[in-house]
Ligand binder design. Structure first.
Ligand code: 5AD
Ligand code: FES
Length: 351
C-alpha cells in the first residue's frame, strides 16, 4: 500500500493530506530507502551530479522576536549579541567571491538596525561589485514596501521559513505577538513581488505530529517555493524548549525525499542543523535528495554568537576551510560542488 503511495507521489507530485500523514506515520526503513532512490533519480534528471553552494553571511544575532525554540530570542539575556556593519558584510561577500562563490545568503535576526536604507545599500554594493552574483536575503518579516525596496535594490531571493503550516502549532511555538497570518502575508507578498521564495520548517520540534508534516507538505505543493529549508530541531539550553529532544536524521531525510518528489526542481539544502546532529548528516541529506549546501562565510570572531541551537558546527573554521570541507564531503558521496548562481532549473529540464 505504501509502495502505491510512492508511485502516486512520483507520478503526480501530489498526495492528499491523509496520504501524506500515512506515508509519514507508517514509514519503514525499506520505504525510506525506496523514496530516497526515487528522489535521487528525480534530482539527477534535473541537476545531474551538481550540488549548489551558497555563501552564508550571518549579519546579526540581535532579534526582536521571542520564538520559543531559538537561542537568539530576545528573552535570552545570556546571548552575546553582535551585528556586522555594512562594510563588514560587503567584505565577507568579497572574500566569498574570491573563493568562487557566486551567490550569497545574508541572514539575520529581526534587527531594526537593518533598516531598508542600510540593507538596500548593502545589496546594491554587492550587486554593483559583483554583477554575476545573486543575493538572497533572510531577515524575517518586513512590510511589503520593504520587500519591494529590497527587490528593487537587487535582492532576487528571499528565505522566510513558514516554520509550520499548522496554525495551532505555530501558536505553541511562538509568543502571542507573532502570528501565522502575518507570516503567510509576508510569503504571499514576496511571491507577488517576484522573488524566488524559500520556505521551510523544523523537523522533530516539540508537539509536532505526522498531521503537521502533512500540512507542511500540502503547503509546499500549493505554494510551489523555489527553495525549501528543512532541518532537525536542535534544543538550545537557554530557551523554553531546552528540555525537548532533537529531531532525527532519519525523519529529516525522509521528508527531504518526499519534498524532492513533490517538486523535482526545488532547491533543497542539506542544512547546518542536519550536520550538527550527525557528523555525516549533510551527506545523508544529499543522498536523500537535497542539492544545496551553505558553507559559512561569517567572520570567525562572531560565528559562535549566531547561536540558534546548541553544538552548531562550522563555528571555528575560516570561510575557505568551510568551503573546502564541504567540497570534500560532497565528493565523498559522489557529488560535485558547483559555485555558480544556482538558479532553480525550469520544471521540465533534464541534463
Ligand atoms: N533548532 C533548529 N532550527 C532552529 N531554528 C531556530 N531555532 C532552531 C533550533 N533550536 C531555525 C528556524 C529559523 C531558522 C533561521 O533557524 O527554522 O527559521
Ligand atoms: Fe563548515 Fe565543514 S562545512 S567546517
Amino acid at each position: 500500500l505504501l509502495e502505491q503511495l510512492a508511485d502516486k507521489l512520483s507520478n503526480n507530485h501530489a498526495l492528499t493530506f491523509e496520504e501524506y500523514e500515512r506515508l509519514i506515520a507508517r514509514r519503514t526503513p525499506a520505504m525510506a530507502a525506496g523514496l530516497a532512490r526515487r528522489a535521487v533519480a528525480a534530482r539527477k534528471a534535473v541537476y545531474g551530479d551538481a550540488v549548489f553552494t551558497r555563501g552564508l553571511i550571518e549579519a546579526s544575532s540581535c532579534c526582536k522576536n521571542d520564538c520559543f525554540y531559538c537561542g537568539i530570542r530576545r528573552s535570552n539575556g545570556a546571548a552575546r549579541r553582535y551585528r556586522l556593519s555594512a562594510d563588514e558584510i560587503v567584505e565577507c561577500a568579497h572574500t566569498g567571491y574570491d573563493l568562487g562563490f557566486r551567490t550569497f545568503v545574508l541572514q539575520g535576526g529581526e534587527d531594526s538596525f537593518f533598516s531598508d536604507d542600510v540593507l538596500c545599500g548593502v545589496v546594491s554594493r554587492i550587486r554593483e561589485a559583483h554583477p554575476d552574483c545573486a543575493v538572497t536575503l533572510s531577515f524575517g518579516e518586513r512590510s511589503r514596501k520593504s520587500y519591494e525596496r529590497l527587490f528593487s535594490a537587487g535582492a532576487e531571493r528571499y528565505l522566510l521559513r513558514h516554520e509550520t503550516a499548522s496554525r495551532e502549532l505555530y501558536a505553541r511555538w511562538h509568543p502571542a505577538d507573532m502570528s501565522f497570518d502575518a507570516r503567510m502575508r509576508c510569503l504571499s507578498d514576496l511571491r507577488e513581488i517576484g522573488y524566488a521564495v524559500g520556505v521551510g520548517f523544523m523537523v522533530g520540534a516539540p508537539f509536532q505530529t505526522s498531521a503537521d508534516f502533512a500540512r507542511d507538505l500540502r503547503f509546499i505543493e500549493t505554494f510551489q517555493p523555489e527553495m525549501c529549508g528543512i532541518g532537525p530541531f536542535v534544543p538550545h539550553h537557554a530557551t523554553p524548549f531546552a528540555a525537548y529532544g532533537a529531531g532525527t536524521v532519519e525523519l529529516t531525510c525522509y521528508l527531504l525525499s518526499i519534498i524532492r518528489l513533490i517538486k523535482p526542481n526545488v532547491l533543497l539544502p542539506a542544512t547546518t542543523a542536519l550536520g550538527t546532529i550527525a557528523p555525516d548528516g549533510r551527506e545523508q541529506g544529499i543522498l536523500a535528495g537535497a542539492n544545496v549546501v551553505m558553507p559559512n562565510l561569517s567572520p570567525v570572531a562572531h560565528r559562535k554568537d549566531y547561536d540558534l541551537y546548541d553544538n552548531k558546527i562550522c563555528t571555528g573554521e575560516e570561510a575557505a576551510e568551510c568551503r573546502g570541507c564541504l567540497g570534500a564531503r560532497m565528493l565523498s558521496v559522489g557529488y560535485r560542488l558547483v559555485v555558480d548562481r544556482g538558479d532553480m532549473a525550469p520544471a521540465s529540464s533534464a541534463c
